[in-house]
Design a protein around this ligand. Structure first.
Ligand code: IMP
Ligand code: MG
Length: 181
């Protein structure tokens, strides 16, 4: 039976995502072609769980030697101190010192999770560190984030599909939808 889509408003279609991911992949390919040495590969680090679909598509749009790794983060907000606590549920398995690293994440919202991860990775002294997100949600951003590759800029709304979930649901919708309040 098909998933009922009541309460979901289409925002980005699967075709629009596919087209945008192709151009991001082409841009990444061009940027790293001159950067990677002959025997070098780009280490692509996905942030679980949300990034798995975007990362799978983006990797196949990149014509570069790559390796992959994943981290899994869980963040919750502390209203009292207006901060976000990030817990690492799964650490890297790869040594990243002196590697070219591209982090792939589904969405930047407050930005606190990615800011935390970038600092964590920077301390390990990668040769370069860049960031790709499928969705850049701007309205609630709380920290300055330098995003190198952005699929789509959106102002607001709680989004599901293309890896994004609401209460563990809807990750496998091929497009992106906004949850109606
Ligand atoms: P933040 O940037 O620190 O707020 O954290 C971003 C994380 O919150 C993402 O990795 C998602 O897991 C989750 N998140 C933020 N906005 C949304 C949304 O619109 N839909 C689904 N998950 C979201
Ligand atoms: Mg996430």
């Amino acid at each position: 039976m098909a998933q009922p889509l009541t309460g979901l408003e289409p925002v980005i279609t699967a075709a629009e995502l596919a087209q945008r991911v192709q151009s991001l992949g082409a841009a990444i390919t061009q940027d790293y072609q001159s950067v990677l040495a002959d025997d070098e590969s780009l280490l692509v680090i996905g942030v679980l769980n949300g990034a798995f679909i975007f990362m799978a598509d983006l990797l196949r749009a990149m014509d570069l030697p790559i390796e992959i790794d994943f981290v899994r983060l869980s963040s919750y907000q502390d209203q009292m101190v207006s901060a976000s606590h990030v817990v690492m549920l799964k650490n890297l398995e790869t040594e990243i010192k002196d590697r070219h690293v591209l982090v792939v994440e589904d969405i930047a919202d407050l930005g606190l999770t990615l800011a935390w991860l970038l600092e964590f990775l920077r301390l390990k002294e990668p040769r370069s560190l860049k960031l790709a997100v499928a969705i850049n949600k701007l309205e609630r951003r709380r920290v300055n984030l330098a995003l190198d590759y952005v699929g789509f800029d959106l102002e607001e709304g709680f989004l599901v599909g293309y890896g994004l979930d609401y209460a563990h649901k809807h990750r496998n919708l091929p497009g992106i939808y906004k949850l109606r309040p």
